[in-house]
Write a protein that binds this ligand. Sequence first.
Ligand code: C6P
Length: 420
Amino acid sequence: MSTHTTTPPGTFDARQVKQDFPILQQTVHGKPLTYLDSAASSQKPLVVIEALDAYYRASNANIHRGVYWLSEHATALYDEAREKVARFINAPDPRSCVFVRNATEALNLVAYSWGRANLEPGDTVVLTLLEHHSNIVPWQIVTAERGATIRYVDIDHDGRLRLDQLDHYLRTERVKLVGVTHVANALGTINPVAEIAARAHAAGALVLVDGAQSVPHMPVDVQALDVDFLAFSGHKMLGPMGIGVLWGRREILEAMPPFLGGGDMIREVTTCGSTWADLPAKFEAGTPSVGDAVGLGAAIDYLTALGMDAVRAHEREIVAYALERLAQVPGVTLYGPTGEDRAGVVSFTLDDIHPHDIASIPDSEGVAIRAGHHCAQPLMDRLGVVATARASFYVYNSEEDVDRLADALQTVRRIFGPGA
Ligand code: C6P
């Protein structure tokens, strides 16, 4: 990592941080690359790339199986990565951190394992209109199977959750679980998860938090939030693709049946049936992505060195600057809240120009933004749009990147805008 010596303690210089990311040093269409799609997937610092390289050069073997040195070494690295994850989210017990492929798999694990075992006809699962499809579709499948109902908490004008509706459902229905995204990927709303958990628990419901867009960007402490499950992906937090985490309260995970069956997750198998291994192995069937877990551990080390408070402070600043700069582009409509409860995501439309056209001009200038429904179609319906353009920020983005986007949007308007 570069030394971040010229900035005050607890902060960092994003332009210096960018030097740690080889991919961001290239040009695209002859222009320097400005990457503004970290909500989809983050880029990787050299230390993570090197950790993967070192693992495959010197440490790779299947874990838990060999009695030879290399296998024991790989197992130790895998366990060490799990301990880093646990410390990062302040989980009391690393064994309650289950490695999965990504947030999607973590959310499916809860729906299929906990949902199938616990939902009965007449029960309700409360979700929100801010959810990503991966915290909606598994629940649609499982509630249909179990005869349970889903209710969706609506948003207000600014894209904040209507907690009065949550209270209403908690009061009037048999709510077994509240599933909520910590940060909305399409609007950037930071939801009051601790408050939601307190209300849900008072009504006897469990709380599943989708942390895909929060764990990479702010300090997340599962004990302080007092939630029951937290799901997130490694690739959005500077780690490799192919590794994610489900954290769950130990006693709840212990009571849950396995999600996938196969090698590693059993205690004993006979022709008549099987018994299950202890946590976390019960939920980690088959050969895990050991190298990717090691890479995630390196990403956690990198983020910890920057300081998660500093990461959040940086994004608070850059998103405030982006909201101000983009609002100056005529014809831009910005979505989502504008206060402290706004993460580093800016969704917008520009006149009635299709978001794919909006994104194509910045791309020709080397500026990568996303356009589409962001896997949040119920939210798009609620906003009355089919799609938005979206810029999302991370540790390597600076105000210069925002300026390049704002300039490119002026060009979009000249080419596609009214009177063009
Ligand atoms: N959102 C985005 O561009 P996976 O694909 O499993 O790593 O993450 C799924 C997921 C779950 N929850 C939230 C809140 C998310 O934002 C995502 C992924 C990407 O916004 C891809 S649509």
